[in-house]
Design a protein around this ligand. Structure first.
Ligand code: SAM
Length: 282
């Protein structure tokens, strides 16, 4: 066991500093003070961070710390701490470590016995969650599901049965495919797509997955998706009401598999759930 008293410690520290996710007025006075007083700022993208520092007239030296040099850079940062220098770790937006670099260096710095001090600020997931209208607690922050359909489906299967709200990040060019994967695996749950948070075009689109999908193709900018947790009872009632339709389509000449696929698509439910319900496997 190790105990850290952040404010009783005069030595070198690693500050983990949250930076704005769009609106620059969300950099707190404490963050400005820390960024201006540390010896080094370790940044995911030095050019981006320089713009932020320039805006606040902060002249601290900036070095690169990104996912491609994380291990090498961590060694250098540790050496600086050992020399008594204090460091602020920042990413391009929001909190380092959260879908951003930083996990490795935090672990290494703690192992060497230096304090890690968090400096609060903006975070896209929490902003989306509290305005989503979906139950805010308990929640699970997941971040990006993955680039390929296989990765997305695998991750969604891990999340599917949890009775917790969960929060996903996605890039705009993948949002339609990602929502399709959500629909296929989770069924037509309630979601909130929060876009361009804290910026001029901030927008919240609340509805079920199929509804949000119908407008998702035209959406631009950065986005977060808040998804309601599993509600087994609701799913069984909805899916259960559709099993008779499988027989109707089958009587019209479709195979059971084709009928299930068609109904799942039409009603925006999970075809796996309908399959299980139809065959009494639930
Ligand atoms: N570390 C950041 C945080 O604390 O929120 C997240 C960084 S992650 C690399 C970038 C993703 O965060 C984007 O693809 C998007 O999903 C989400 N994001 C960041 N800024 C956002 C904003 N202003 N509005 C909506 N989503 C945002």
């Amino acid at each position: 066991m190790k105990c850290q008293k952040s404010f009783d410690n005069e030595g070198a520290k690693l500050y983990v500093v949250a930076t704005p996710i769009g609106n620059l007025s969300e950099l707190t006075p404490r963050a400005i003070e820390v960024l201006g007083s540390v010896d080094i700022i370790a940044a995911e993208d030095t050019r981006n961070t320089m713009k932020l520092l320039h805006h606040f007239d902060i002249k601290t030296r900036v070095i690169a710390h990104h996912m491609h040099n994380e291990k090498e850079s961590a060694k250098g940062l540790l050496k600086m701490l050992q020399e008594g220098l204090s460091i602020a770790l920042v990413s391009d937006a929001g909190y380092p470590l959260l879908s951003d670099p930083g996990q490795y260096v935090v672990k290494e710095v703690l192992a060497e016995g230096f304090p890690i001090v968090p400096i609060s600020g903006s975070n896209a997931a929490i902003n989306a969650l509290v305005a989503s209208g979906i139950v805010a607690q308990p929640y699970l922050f997941y971040g990006f599901l993955g680039n390929s359909e296989k990765e997305r489906v695998h991750s969604l299967h891990e999340l599917k049965d949890l009775p917790y709200t969960f929060i996903l990040y996605e890039a705009p060019h993948r949002i339609e495919k990602m929502l399709q994967s959500c629909l296929d695996v989770l069924g037509n749950r309630e979601i909130c797509l929060a876009r361009e948070l804290t910026k001029k075009h901030e927008e919240f689109i609340r509805g079920n997955i199929a509804e949000v999908m119908s407008v998702a193709g035209s959406l631009r900018g950065e986005m977060v998706i808040v998804v309601e947790g599993s509600n087994k009872e609701k799913e069984v009632v909805e899916v259960g009401a559709l099993t008779g339709l499988v027989d109707t389509y089958s009587a019209d000449g479709m195979t059971t598999k084709e009928a299930i696929k068609k109904i799942a698509k039409e009603y925006g439910i999970s075809k796996n759930e309908l399959y299980k319900e139809y065959h009494g496997l639930n």
